[in-house]
Design a protein around this ligand. Structure first.
Ligand SMILES: *Cc1c(COP(=O)(O)O)cnc(C)c1O
Length: 640
């Protein structure tokens, strides 16, 4: 339950706790004494801090309207460093003989700037890339500069894909084909012979182990991807026949993304290490064990095995993985391989924040304006509602709730059949909401709240209209109910007195955020501040760097948002290093097969017709067309 405090007693510390920023922020986000959300570029809640509202001011001065996706490059750098440092520590303390080689799966954030920066920040650790298609492979080859880094090719590969990969090997890239289907090998052998390049090969194995969570379907015996152990053995035989067993160097599996439970991770590592050992015993060269993705992000900060959390830290993940591999291989006297992981989500999630402003608020019904004296001609149900209100106490809340719903429905029925007036019906509604509000207050005194009464809170939430599109910017919040931390980025010295849900500007009933993180699981409203006339109110949705950018769709033809990347220096100053304008209206119309030039042509004709019909003058025509041209150039979101 929210902390009951008044305006005067409320502090920054209360806000920090209420929004759980220390639990999910991983040390990258905090609250300043002035009540602003701040970014700590190197994590651990220390060092220089940059105020988010100040960055917003800077963006607005440069002409960037909300919504904006803000990327903080330093966080990307810090996360890659953290991943490698954690593995390095585990490897050193356990005495493991192989090395850690991370790769970033491009599908998690394909934006050029992101991939470029990962290649750049990762080069000192030989951090590589993972691709699943020809387009991703070409983008990876263009960004990766380090011949030591792995370039892992998953996905189904046609001849062109294979030729691209073999050319990469030729050019000195450590480009490894991971076979996902039995048929792939034949084509790879054929193309290798034709081009005279010895391929680097891996196999993706289907494990029996299943992860829990949203994406558990990517593994298990029935999963669509990977080879059964029988198929793997067939591949070994074929390679033996061709005298190419030395080409087989990597074993891969992928348990699915966001695996919340460390036990599943450990079980999968053990199972795959057994397969790895078997391949070594079969005479394959091997050398790389690729554990895929799955390293989860603690979106709700609960540190549990709930789907939007994880019950382990990065250090525990690394230690468990290294230890499991080592224990099994040592038993069989097999050399330790390099460990590869394909962590996407954990690498990029923290690095982006979606920022938007609130355009308007629809205040929940308060039922405050009921009259002291009832008018004379009121219908029976109104009199009954008034009695319910007067007799309400903590002992009869459920009964009062049932009665209130009954009389309100009776009144609606009378209205539909034309027996009461609009005004009479409105009066009944006011009583109804007065009762609901009283129940909401009184139920706080109950030890156990019946479900029906608990749900009242969400009906009493205000609706805050945010200048963004859930479909475009938070597709997973819409498609799979993923929770992201959402909070105001300023005014955190003030008591957030309103309970709210957030609606986007698509006017689609699915275009809303009405489930929020909570240490106990989930809550159905968010505490927000009342709007102040003339002042903008800014919210941030955090941890949106993974998977949200390219899955988005053009619902209501709202397009890509503006994207601004900042780099923070050691002295706390920061620069805008990359700015990408969001889609204009013309861009969006182009995506759905309109030709913006043709549109202007059609508009010009319509305007000329209006001139001929003397509806407008030629100079009005000029102004109107000017308006249309500006409109086509403009941002697809609400502009002030
Ligand atoms: C999606 C995917 C990943 C990324 O998983 P995360 O959980 O985001 O780290 C890694 N490998 C493969 C094969 C994938 O399909």
């Amino acid at each position: 339950m929210a902390i009951k405090r008044t305006l005067q007693q409320w502090s920054v510390e209360d806000s920090t706790e209420l929004y759980g920023i220390r639990n999910w922020g991983a040390g990258y986000f905090g609250v300043s004494p002035e009540g602003d959300v701040v970014i700590y570029p190197s994590g651990e809640n220390k060092g220089v801090a940059v105020s988010v509202p100040e960055v917003i001011r800077g963006m607005r001065e440069r002409g960037y309207d909300m919504p904006v996706l803000l990327r903080i490059e330093n966080i990307l750098d810090s996360q890659i460093t953290l991943l490698h440092e954690s593995f390095r520590k585990a490897i050193a303390s356990l005495g493991y003989k192989g090395e850690y080689r991370g790769v970033f799966p491009i599908k998690v954030n394909q934006q050029q700037h992101t991939v470029e920066k990962i290649a750049q920040f990762g080069s000192r650790f030989h951090h590589g890339l993972e691709v699943g298609s020809k387009a991703e492979l070409i983008s990876a080859i263009s960004q990766l500069k380090d011949p030591e880094a792995c370039l892992i090719c998953n996905g189904y590969k046609d001849e062109e894909f294979i030729d691209l990969g073999l050319s990469a090997v030729r050019m000195g890239f450590k480009c490894i084909f991971v076979m996902e289907m039995p048929g792939e090998l034949e084509l790879i052998l054929e193309r290798s012979a034709a081009l005279g390049v010895r391929p680097l090969l891996g196999v993706r194995v289907k494990l029996i182990t299943k992860g829990s969570g949203h994406w558990a379907g990517s593994c298990g015996e029935r999963s669509a991807f990977g080879l059964t152990t029988a198929q793997v053995v067939d591949i070994v035989d074929t390679l033996k026949q061709h005298d190419m067993l030395d080409c087989l160097q990597l074993l891969h599996y992928h348990l699915g993304s966001q695996v919340p439970n460390i036990r599943d991770i450990r079980t999968a590592v053990m199972e795959s290490t057994r397969v790895y050992a078997g391949l070594v015993q079969e005479g394959a060269k091997m050398g790389y064990l690729d554990l895929g993705g799955g390293l989860a992000v603690d979106y709700d900060g609960s540190h549990t095995n709930y789907v939007s959390s994880r019950n382990y830290s990065m250090d525990e993940y690394c230690t468990d993985v290294v230890e499991a591999v080592m224990t099994i291989l040592d038993q069989q006297g097999i050399e330790h391989p390099h460990i590869v992981t394909e962590s996407g989500r954990a690498t990029v999630a923290y690095y982006s924040i979606l920022l938007f402003n609130i355009l308007d608020v629809s205040i929940a019904e308060t039922g405050e304006s009921i009259p002291d004296v009832l008018p004379e001609d009121v219908p029976e149900p109104v009199v009954n509602l008034r009695e319910v209100l007067q007799g309400l106490s903590v002992r009869n809340l459920q009964e009062c709730y049932n009665d209130a719903v009954y009389y309100r429905d009776e009144m609606r029925q009378l209205f539909i059949t034309g027996r009461v007036t609009l005004r009479q019906r409105t009066l009944a509604d006011k009583y109804f909401w007065a009762i609901i509000n009283r129940i909401a207050e009184e139920k706080e005194k109950l030890k156990h709240t019946p479900k029906e009464l608990a749900d009242i809170d969400s009906t009493l939430a205000d609706i805050y209209y945010g200048n963004f599109s859930v479909f475009q910017s938070l597709p997973d919040a819409w498609a799979i109910d993923q929770l992201f931390p959402v909070m105001p980025v300023h005014r955190l010295t003030e008591f957030p007195s309103r309970k709210a849900v957030i609606s986007d500007i698509t006017c689609d009933s699915d275009g809303r955020i009405d489930k929020f993180i909570d240490p106990q699981g989930m809550r159905t409203s968010l505490d927000l501040h009342p709007l102040v006339d003339g002042d903008e109110y800014y919210l941030g949705v955090f941890l949106v760097g993974a998977y949200q950018e390219t899955l988005g769709d053009l619902h209501n033809l709202l397009g890509d948002t503006n994207v601004v990347s900042i780099r923070i220096s050691e002295d706390g100053s920061y620069q805008f290093v990359r700015e990408i304008r969001g889609d204009s209206v013309a861009d969006i119309l182009d995506y759905v097969e309109y030709d913006p030039r043709r549109i202007l042509e059609d508009l010009r004709e319509a305007a000329e017709r209006a001139v001929r019909e003397k509806r407008i003058t030629p100079s009005e025509r000029y102004k109107i067309l000017q308006t249309f041209e500006d409109g086509l150039r403009g941002y697809t979101y609400f502009e002030r």
